[in-house]
Design a protein around this ligand. Structure first.
Ligand SMILES: [Zn+2]
Length: 69
């Protein structure tokens, strides 16, 4: 099973290898993750970078967690 984010307004989705719980964490703690990202130059997991990028492009939109099998 693959989890990801889906923007209900743009009908756009991004898929991740990260488990559901981590994606939920990132979405709920987006501001915390951004602070961490600012101070970590390298070694940030790809799914975090891609997740933040997606959330950034769809900030203010209705983004939900979604899955595909
Ligand atoms: Zn959007």
């Amino acid at each position: 099973m693959t989890f990801g984010y889906h923007c209900e307004e743009c009908e756009e989705a991004v898929w991740s290898t990260a488990p559901r719980g981590e994606l939920e964490w990132l979405r709920n703690r987006e501001h915390v993750a951004r602070e961490v990202a600012k101070h970590v130059q390298a070694g940030l997991d790809t799914w975090i970078v891609e997740g933040l990028d997606f959330l950034d492009r769809h900030s203010g939109h209705s983004v939900v967690l979604t899955r595909r099998s």
